[in-house]
Design a protein around this ligand. Structure first.
Ligand SMILES: O=C(O)CC1=CCC(=O)O1
Length: 262
């Protein structure tokens, strides 16, 4: 169990693979913690240093009072990477994690050499949509919204498996403060202009059954970056690293190898 004491909330993080290898950083989605990557980690090439963390308000990291801003979420991971001495990484972000990736790449070109934008957008939903979700969670707790959220996260066939319940339980045990804080950060984020200015190797990954960030949104976002690539994982929803870990790991492996990172 590792905790980074930074100027800000304490962040829980984990390192897998080769601690001396080239760094690859993972940022996960709203309502999940760093276990999101558990299934892909052991099947990725073990020469890289894989760093994953719980963003503020999630997992075992501190949970300050909200609302949070995207700037604060970006600054947290920037401080974590400075704390760890990371100078040059490939950044993999899923959903809100993909927004953090875009914000970090725009702010610290020195730190992000390439990025993977998975199941995300430069802008996700509308302010009104997020305000409604915050109000509903505030009134009834996350459990009241769990069914529609999980329908967007997973394909029907995955929802019929026992593993589904682990993700259900992760979601409903998420603190309301952290969840609503991050909803506010997403509501206030429109990265279309900054992401259009990015010039770095970039890959978009979408799930054909993703009801939160559908393939068209991921494609529109990744197309903002000249020379980027796009992969569609069929039969997976918003969290393809959970539903299709082998396919997801292969796509990441091919991207990492193509970067000559390390
Ligand atoms: O919970 C959802 O609807 C999916 C989602 C949107 C942003 C994020 O991080 O997760």
């Amino acid at each position: 169990m590792r905790i980074a004491e930074i100027d800000g909330p304490r962040l829980h993080y984990r390192i897998d693979g080769n601690p001396d290898g080239a760094p690859v950083v993972f940022a996960n989605s709203l309502g999940t913690d760093l276990r999101l990557w558990d299934q892909v980690m052991p099947i990725l090439p073990q020469e890289y240093c894989y760093i994953r963390y719980d963003k503020r308000g999630h997992g075992l990291s501190d949970c300050p009072e909200g609302p949070y801003s995207m700037g604060a979420l970006v600054s947290d991971v920037e401080k974590l990477l400075d704390f760890l001495g990371v100078k040059d990484c490939v950044f993999v972000g899923l959903s809100i994690g993909g927004m953090i990736a875009q914000g970090l790449a725009a702010k610290r070109m020195d730190l992000v050499r390439a990025m993977v934008l998975s199941n995300t957008g430069a802008k996700i939903g509308t302010r009104e949509m997020w305000a409604d979700r915050i109000a509903a969670v505030d009134a009834g707790g996350i459990e009241a919204l769990a069914d529609p959220i999980l329908e967007r996260w997973f394909s029907k066939s995955f929802r019929d498996t026992p593993a589904f319940w682990a993700w259900h339980n992760m979601l409903i045990r998420q603190t309301k403060t952290g969840y609503m804080g991050c909803c506010s950060a997403i509501a206030g984020t429109d990265f279309i202009t900054p992401t259009s200015g990015l010039r770095l190797p970039a890959l978009g990954i979408a799930g054909s059954e993703d009801g939160s960030t559908p393939p068209d949104l991921v494609r529109e976002t990744i197309d903002l970056i000249p020379g980027s690539d796009f992969k569609l994982i069929r039969g997976a929803g918003h969290l393809p690293c959970v539903e299709k870990p082998e396919e997801y790991a292969q796509i990441l492996t091919d991207f990492l190898k193509a970067q000559g990172h390390g």
